[in-house]
Ligand binder design. Structure first.
Ligand code: SF4
Length: 63
């Protein structure tokens, strides 16, 4: 099975770093004030790993 991107929303700070780095996979949800995953499988793995490394809350998983 392909690896899936997920955000632990309770921990997301809404900083938009992941959205800037990897807009293919992450979008900002204005209603929630948090990021959301718009493509959980098949995104650019390098960009996903960069987004994970940049997340100040450490709340993105990719497994
Ligand atoms: S980088 Fe992390 S804290 Fe920032 S919006 Fe994305 S998931 Fe939320």
């Amino acid at each position: 099975m392909a690896r899936q991107v997920e955000i632990e929303l309770g921990d997301c700070l809404g900083c938009e770093s992941c959205v800037e780095i990897c807009p293919e996979v992450f979008a900002f949800n204005d209603n929630l004030g948090k990021a959301e995953v718009i493509k959980s499988e098949g995104g650019d793995e390098t960009a996903i790993e960069e987004a994970i490394a940049s997340c100040p809350a450490g709340c993105i998983t990719f497994e």
